[in-house]
Structures are given as structure tokens and as C-alpha cells.
Design a protein around this ligand. Structure first.
Ligand code: SF4
Length: 393
């Protein structure tokens, strides 16, 4: 753990902001995110701490910054009362020049919102809502340990529309225990009835240390095999594509013009400052950028903030090789792929000189395609992206 001692060199381009809210009503059975249902920390105290971090960190930044997105993720940020969310947004505007037209996203659990709280978030300035619905099957929701039913999820969507949200994302999970391709097709049908602007559809993985993983070890649940999982993945792209959604990343789809601007920042290696316990940051400072994360435990995070100020864990200055590798394994997640001209500008070398052999092999196997100055994985083959990405790690 270390304290940043000097001001940062000016960042290239603009800056995005992430705030982590590590609290949940109840821990879901599959979740290994940095979140807790019994931290014993008051929301007000936590928000005070994060705002202090935002203020201290702003003093370390040199030059003008223009904040272009703000994302409140978790955990369950929708547990915060709207007035606390408003304090984050005001601080982001005052200290980080968050633009008037910035995308401001709040992740919400359908079991924690009301028409009043949603109207409050909208009035506070949130203009994009990401709802973690995960399934429309109540038995699956119970197995996953979610705190809401499918009916409550639908009510949350209606309430969000009623509160004026016209940019709504829904997260869904496939490859659930015992799920068949037909059952997943039915999930997609119910999803489309709600007409979200954005969809994230991930396959379930059993993460070590979670109750669902233990249940899997004991033989209590088993996930569909890889072949069935791939079938569901392909079905997702086919059904959502036919309904007018563009696949722009391995697991992300949107109506035209409704991609998540914030999430693209990660895949394009743009700067993002993360605030709050466990938040990760990347600053694209010369020459090749710097990454770190905050203390994972909220109590430790608050204690250090109260004594030493901002602190960083696993701070790493990227080498040229690290940054070139990241450009590929992050960029190739997106259907836009890697811009080889931008690569040449940033690193002063052509991609062929660094990854010529890998690129030739992948082009030969049709796992990579070239259009203009871009290299990308053909969308139908994104299911095989791990085979491609591993070549650049
Ligand atoms: S609501 Fe999200 S962050 Fe919280 S326990 Fe469930 S999956 Fe994890």
C-alpha cells in the first residue's frame, strides 16, 4: 500500500469517473464482487469518505480535466438515497468538470427501487439506469439468491420509464443450472418485451468461495456444458440482432447510439478514476499509463482516508509492452476491434512488427478480420474470443 506523493502528469484526452458502492441487501449465491451485506458502515459515513477522496484526488491532478462519464457501480448503488447520489454528481461536476451532457449511470437492483427513489435519481442527474434483472424465472432467481422476483423486476422497469429514464440497460445471465436453450430463448423473449436500450448477457460461472460454487462441488447444481453454453451465446446474438440490437462487445448489445459510453472507456484504455473501496483506476499518463486500486475493505478504506488521505494498492506503471498487450486484449473484446493507426501513433511501431506472427495465424484461421485500419474478431466468433485474446497476453 502506498500514498501518491506527487501530482499526476496531465492525462491524455478526457477522464471518466467510477464510484464503487460496496453494500448489498443480501449477498447473492454466485457473487464474488467486492460487496457486503453486513459491513456495519452507515451509507452517509461512506459517502462522506468517498467525497473526501474525490476532493483529495482532484488536487493531485494537473491541468484541466473534462469528465465525460460517471458510473455508480457496486454492490448496490440504488441503496443510496437520491440526495447522497446527488452529492456525488455535484462533486464530480465541481471537481472534475463533469460535462453537462455526460453519461451518468446508476446500477440498480430491482428489489431496492421505488417509483419515488427512481424519480429522485433522475432528478439528481442520473440519465442512464442499469438494472440487474438476471432472470425472469423465479426459481432461478431464488437459486441465485436474488432479493427480487421477475414481477418486481418488470415493475422496476415500468417505474424507471415512469420516472423518465429513456436510457435503460438490463443485465441477464445465461447458462444457469439446468437451463436449456429453449428456456434461454424464452428469457430473451421476455427481455425484448421490455424494450431496453442496452443489454448485457453473461454466462454464469461458479466462482470459488461462493455458496453456488460449494453447491456445485457437492453435486447440488451443475451448469450446462460448454457446447450448450455456446449454443445459448450464439442464440443471444441471433435473437437480439434480429430485434435490432448491435453487438458491440463480447457480452454487450445496444440499440443504435446507445452503447455504454462508460464501459467503452475500459476497453479503449481511456483514463478512469475509481473512488470508493475496491475501486480500480487507470490514468493514461505518459508514457504508457498507470493502474492501481483502492483498499478492498470499506472500513480499512475509510480509516486510511481519515488518517493518511488517498492511498493506492498494487500501483503499477505500465511498460510499453504491457500497454501494447492491453491495447489488443482489451480492444479485441469490442466488435470495433483495434485501431492499428492509433496503435502506431501511440507506440511508434506497426502492429505487424510486434504481433505479426499472431495476427497472420489468426487471419489465416479466420478468427481475425481486417477492415480498413481495424483488426477485429468477427462477431459470430466472439464466443471463441479467449482463444484469440490469450495470444496477446
Ligand atoms: S446484488 Fe450484485 S453485487 Fe450485490 S451480492 Fe448480488 S450480484 Fe453481488
Amino acid at each position: 500500500m502506498q500514498s501518491p506523493t506527487a501530482t499526476e502528469a496531465p492525462i491524455r484526452n478526457s477522464l471518466s469517473l467510477y464510484i464503487h458502492v460496496p453494500f448489498c441487501v443480501k449477498k447473492c449465491a454466485y457473487c464474488d464482487f467486492a460487496s457486503s451485506a453486513d459491513s456495519g458502515i452507515s451509507l452517509e459515513l461512506y459517502v462522506d469518505g468517498v467525497i473526501r477522496e474525490m476532493e483529495l484526488r482532484a488536487e493531485l491532478l494537473l491541468g484541466r480535466v473534462a469528465g465525460r462519464t460517471l458510473y455508480l457501480g457496486g454492490g448496490t448503488p440504488s441503496l443510496l438515497p437520491p440526495e447522497l447520489v446527488a452529492r456525488f454528481i455535484t462533486t464530480a461536476r465541481e471537481r472534475y468538470g463533469l460535462a453537462p451532457d455526460a453519461e451518468i449511470t446508476l446500477e440498480a437492483n430491482p428489489g431496492t427501487v421505488t417509483p419515488e427513489s427512481l424519480a429522485g435519481f433522475r432528478a439528481a442527474g442520473v440519465n442512464r439506469l442499469s438494472l440487474g434483472i438476471q432472470s425472469f424465472d423465479d426459481r432461478m432467481l431464488a437459486l441465485l439468491g436474488r432479493v427480487h422476483t421477475a414481477a418486481e423486476a418488470r415493475q422496476a422497469v415500468a417505474a424507471a420509464r415512469g420516472a423518465g429514464f429513456d436510457n435503460l440497460g438490463i443485465d441477464l445471465i445465461h447458462s444457469l443450472p439446468g437451463q436449456t436453450p429453449n428456456a434461454w430463448r424464452e428469457e430473451l423473449r421476455q427481455l425484448l418485451e421490455l424494450g431496453p436500450e442496452h443489454i448485457s448477457a453473461y454466462g454464469l460461472t461458479l466462482e470459488e468461495g461462493t455458496p453456488l460454487h460449494r453447491l456445485g462441488e457437492e453435486g447440488g447444481v451443475s451448469l450446462p456444458d460448454d457446447e450448450v453454453g455456446s449454443l445459448m451465446y450464439g442464440m443471444t446474438a441471433e435473437v437480439l440482432g434480429a430485434a435490432g440490437y448491435e453487438q458491440y462487445e463480447i457480452a454487450n448489445f445496444s440499440r443504435p447510439g446507445r452503447r455504454s459510453r462508460h464501459n467503452q472507456v475500459y476497453w479503449q484504455r481511456e483514463s478512469c478514476l475509481g473512488f470508493g473501496a475496491a475501486a480500480h483506476s487507470f490514468l493514461r499518463t505518459p508514457p504508457f499509463g498507470r493502474r492501481w486500486h483502492n483498499p478492498l475493505d470499506p472500513a480499512t478504506y475509510l480509516r486510511i482516508l481519515g488518517t493518511d488521505g488517498v492511498t493506492e494498492e498494487e500501483s503499477a506503471v505500465l511498460s510499453r509492452g504491457d500497454a501494447m498487450s492491453e491495447s489488443f486484449f482489451l480492444g479485441l473484446r469490442m466488435t470495433d476491434g483495434v485501431d492499428t493507426e492509433r496503435f502506431r501513433e501511440e507506440f511508434g511501431v506497426a502492429v505487424e512488427e510486434v504481433y505479426g506472427e499472431e495476427i497472420d495465424d489468426l487471419l489465416g484461421a479466420a478468427l481475425l478480420q481486417r477492415h480498413g485500419s481495424r483488426l477485429s474478431i468477427p462477431a459470430p466468433l466472439l464466443v471463441l474470443s479467449n482463444q484469440v485474446l490469450v495470444k496477446f497476453v
